[in-house]
Design a protein around this ligand. Sequence first.
Ligand SMILES: Nc1ncnc2c1ncn2[C@@H]1O[C@H](COP(=O)(O)OP(=O)(O)OP(=O)(O)O)[C@@H](O)[C@H]1O
Ligand SMILES: [Mg+2]
Length: 449
Amino acid sequence: MPSRKDAESILVVDDAPETLEVLQRNLSGQGYRVLTAPSVEDAIRILKVETVDLVITDLKLPKISGMDLVRYVRENLTDTEVMMITGYPTVEGAVEAVKIGAEEFLAKPFTDEELFAAVKRSLDTLSTRRIRKAQTTSKLDNLCGLTGEGKAMLRIYDHISKAASTSATVLISGESGTGKELVARAIHYNSPRATAPFIPINCAGIPEGLFESELFGHRKGAFTGAISTRTGFFQAAEGGTIFLDEISETSPAMQVKLLRVLQDKEICMVGARQAEKVDVRIMAATNTDLKGLVEKSIFREDLFFRLNVISIQVPPLRERGDDILHLIHHFSAAYAQELDVPPPKFTRQAYQALRNYYWPGNVRELENVIQSVIVMTDDKEIDVSDLPQHMRFSIPEGSSIDKTLAQVEVDHIQLILNSVDGNKTQAAQILGIDRKTLREKLKKFSIET
Ligand SMILES: Nc1ncnc2c1ncn2[C@@H]1O[C@H](COP(=O)(O)OP(=O)(O)OP(=O)(O)O)[C@@H](O)[C@H]1O
Ligand SMILES: [Mg+2]
């Protein structure tokens, strides 16, 4: 049977070439897409760049055992099953393998039928797990463009769905470009307010003197230039949601006014004598540590608590594991369609460089990079040399599973330094150490910059 285009993929890991060959032939014959690796190191290298549904690994492997591979898969990949095969079956071995997450344990010698049945059982488990996962996300009618299937995003979908069922104030925090505005939109458009407006306001973008009138409106003659009565964003958002982006940029005077809106659910137009009731949900976002600003008395504590009723932290892209690959595919497909070209392929090295890059600009930066490589590259396959220069260094030297702690430290420092073009201040900041400590480490490990 030829392998189908959407076939489930299986990675077989065994140090005996003849076993690899037999398993590859048999499983390909069943229509699966089969990849092979002779060692755990090679397997991990493949798993970093390929989507694999099932890993079948031998227990006894040179250097690193199959047990460690099972552990790696369970800790890093939420959407992959593992099956262990071994020539030396022991009850303890089987118990241990299943305990750390192997779905199946198959003792050699086994018949083809036993193998196929075990593979089918593993893949069925996977598909049940996927359906369950899809049910979590499908509670949301409209994801507003958010994509991702990793643990971090599933948690975000869950928060969105809970926040959408209430009208409580939400504070969304996260680095720049992580998707805070999309999260706010998704909450609004999945809530009973969905048919009323969602109005985003960039608090850093409105001049201080105009802020109050833009938000609450003004009466004719309220100030020089107020030639007619004009309503503000709050009246326009009636029944819906106001999204206050970069909330940390609001002045102390505006903070008091916003506090009043949150407490009394009413606003007062500039120049009006009477306040008016409004039904508007407020969400706010910040890419700075708002709590830290409260501690420094730059942001009002009472307003912080009023805003922070539901708190959602959007994690940086570098902490989303395989979702980076998912987003690369997502944006490649979207931009290729826009340009009416086939979606590009990436070499394994290019994937690794993209996967290991620090992504200070998060999803927005990734989106821009993918768009620019698609526009700029004529090659059918995108390689490391097609990526922006500062990303080309983020290819790791093999996996870290067989390295000493010191070596991992050296590699990581080197990687971060390369990703910021050798800028030590920036590197120290990313690494969470001060410049002096970084200098000492560079000297200790003789790292050239
Ligand atoms: N999970 C995601 N899936 C798809 N696209 C995303 C995702 N997260 C962010 N994006 C895209 O990345 C870009 C930035 O998202 P957004 O504006 O929501 O980020 P932000 O956190 O509000 O950024 P900033 O702090 O700079 O305002 C947008 O183009 C958005 O479509
Ligand atoms: Mg934003």
